[in-house]
Design a protein around this ligand. Structure first.
Ligand SMILES: [Fe+2]
Ligand SMILES: [Fe+2]
Length: 244
């Protein structure tokens, strides 16, 4: 069962716990600032900033812009209008760069929530195990794209298509598509294990931040894989002169 929380205003006297309970994705910013929203969630923003030596006005401004960005949703480019190299660059600079920060954070939260609350919900250790596997697989997958496939795509666009056998790019593409499928299945199992990323009424702030982070991961994975499977890969194959 989900609980509806009216978002509190962002003010120095608002507690960190209230802010994250209402907008769990703000946990990313609190993690970056080293502000504890779980056990230290009862602290006001002003007190937490003072304890960490952070300037309250700057922290408030950061929170306001992070909230506005969350409400606006991710900025999306017209991937179909980009060239092959531009699209590979865009994927690396956005989806890959974000995931390199986000996956270790999700693993850390999943491990912490399983250790603390696994006695209450026996699916939490399964969530942590699936998250660890997913993160390891995604990090290895992106490394392969960045070191093998995307450099090939850039060479093809630069006019080196004649030097490739069609299998030269078709094989890594097939491998990447199979890995996308595996990541999609693991993400679906995380959705199932968490009742659609829905917190139960007793869920602590870290648990809520984890579920919000998983839901955001799932949405980002869809956009990321769409750009690769439906735009980048078929165009690179066509440019290389092979159908796969
Ligand atoms: Fe990718
Ligand atoms: Fe990929």
């Amino acid at each position: 069962m989900s609980t509806t929380i009216t978002p509190p205003g962002i003010a120095p006297e608002t507690t960190i716990g209230q802010l994250v309970a209402a907008r769990p994705l703000l946990a990313r910013l609190f993690d970056r600032l080293g502000l504890d929203y779980c056990c230290g969630g009862k602290q006001t923003l002003a007190a937490a900033c003072a304890a960490r030596g952070l300037d309250p006005a700057t922290t408030l401004a950061l929170l306001e812009s992070a909230t506005a960005a969350l409400e606006a949703g991710p900025a999306e480019v017209d991937a179909a209008a980009l060239g092959l190299a531009e699209l590979a660059d865009h994927i690396e600079a956005t989806h890959h760069a974000c995931l390199k920060d986000e996956l270790p954070r999700l693993v850390e939260m999943a491990d912490r929530v399983a250790a603390k609350h696994g006695w209450r919900d026996t699916r939490l250790p399964e969530v942590a195990a699936a998250m660890n596997t997913l993160a390891a697989e995604m990090l290895s997958h992106m490394r392969k794209e960045e070191t093998v496939l995307f450099p090939l795509v850039r060479q093809i666009e630069a006019g080196a298509a004649g030097t490739f056998h069609c299998g030269g790019i078709a094989n890594p593409i097939r491998q990447m598509e199979a890995e996308h499928e595996a990541a999609g299945q693991l993400t679906a199992s995380l959705r199932e294990l968490t009742d659609g990323f829905t917190p139960d009424p007793e869920a602590c702030n870290t648990h809520r931040a984890l579920l919000a982070g998983l839901a955001a991961f799932e949405a980002d994975l869809r956009r990321h894989v769409h750009k690769e499977n439906n735009i980048l890969f078929p165009r690179a194959l066509a440019r290389a002169g092979g159908g796969g």
